[in-house]
Ligand binder design. Structure first.
Ligand code: FES
Ligand code: FE2
Length: 366
């Protein structure tokens, strides 16, 4: 395997001094994807556990989103088991207290109706952007400009986008991010589907830009991989191919994967953007949101729906049936040692090593 190191600044790939594999806590002053926008229908109460906190989401009558700690302050019954009432109020299913979208109790059906002080549940800021609901669970003022740029979703022709999907991986978010940052695993876990033997012969570079790490892989004169042949417009399958995955702290990833005829410019490449948005549910479970958007494709319009469905199905299979079992097994080994294992690193770990360094710095400031 030829792997060329071209870092933007000197980097040492080495085992970290710390005996803890994971960061001790999650970054709180950051936006996390709670769910795809379309998964919160008007009139519905939807629960998501995020950073160990159960939260109930619903749409107000004006379409904006309320997010409340999913716990009635009376006797702690989850509010998502209750009912959404006119006027953006949520009614607890147990004794009927009602709360508004700020978490304030606004109605007590018992006695003289007085509302004891402190009868509130916490509300959380939510913004809707790039077809996602983003929640802020930090103590600092939420900064909308910190929502990462996923305008590729907004600009996409819907005919070239796969469905918005989600799985839960039973592992720490960092293990899932490491998996995506180091695409060398594709040859072994996704052979024939997302990668092939030629994928090993890639040049790898890792670049750090602010709170981002971008890992590039490229290879010339190699065979096009199975899934990409579905929309490849030429007769030959010998191509120049590239992938570039951008990680933005704490856990957003954007993959650009394309191929062109040998010697051709990348402007003529066809491929897709892989959107991967990771949100910690707990220390051992991760919400993994994903979709893909094809670029520069010239497929028959009548074939687009079927093609999108096929890509979505295969990618879900790759993540849920090929990646997740390995990541979860890795988690079990780490847990059996109390998380105190130091990995022995190699060149393919350039990206993950840099991300850990950025996360450590951000956690100190959090
Ligand atoms: S537990 Fe909610 S009103 Fe009593
Ligand atoms: Fe994978």
């Amino acid at each position: 395997m030829s792997a060329q190191l071209q870092p933007s600044s000197p980097i040492q790939v080495r085992s970290r001094g710390s005996s803890e594999y994971f960061q001790p806590r999650f970054l709180r002053n950051a936006w996390y994807v709670a769910m795809w926008s379309e998964d919160l229908k008007p009139g519905a109460l939807v629960e998501r556990t995020i950073l160990n906190e159960s939260i109930v989401f619903y749409r107000r009558e004006d379409g904006t989103v309320a997010a409340l700690t999913n716990q009635c302050p009376h006797r702690f019954v989850p509010l998502d088991k209750g009912k959404l009432l006119p006027g953006d109020r949520i009614r607890c299913p147990y004794h009927g207290l009602e709360f508004d979208g700020t978490g304030k109790c606004v109605h007590n059906p018992h006695g003289n109706g007085a509302i004891p002080s402190g009868m509130n549940t916490r509300s959380w800021p939510v913004l809707e952007k790039h077809t996602c609901l983003w929640i802020w669970m930090g103590d600092r003022e939420p900064d909308p400009s910190q929502i990462p740029d996923y305008s590729v979703i907004d600009k996409a022709d819907p005919a070239h986008a796969t469905k918005r999907d989600r799985i839960i991986v039973k592992a720490h978010v960092q293990l899932v991010a490491d998996n995506l940052l180091d695409l060398s695993h594709g040859i072994y876990l996704h052979d024939g589907l997302l990668a092939n033997e030629d994928s090993a012969n890639s040049e790898i570079t890792a670049v750090e830009e602010g709170n981002c790490v971008i890992v590039h892989r490229s290879a010339k004169g190699v065979q096009l991989v199975g899934l990409h042949r579905e929309y490849w417009p030429h007769d030959t399958y010998t191509v120049d191919k590239f992938s570039s995955i951008r990680w933005t702290a704490p856990s957003y990833l954007l993959l650009t994967q394309g191929a062109c005829l040998p010697g051709d410019t990348r402007d003529n490449a066809v491929g897709y953007y892989g959107i991967h948005l990771l949100t910690p549910e707990t220390e051992r479970t991760t919400h993994y949101h994903f979709m893909a958007v094809r670029f520069n494709v010239q497929t028959d319009p009548g074939a687009n729906d079927e093609l999108s469905a096929k890509i979505a199905k295969n990618r879900r299979y790759a993540f849920a049936e090929q990646d997740a079992p390995i990541i979860e097994a890795q988690q079990r080994v780490l847990d059996s040692k109390g998380g105190k294992l130091n990995p022995t690193l190699m060149i393919v770990d350039l990206g993950p090593a840099r991300c850990k360094r950025i996360l450590e710095r951000l956690l100190e400031q959090d």
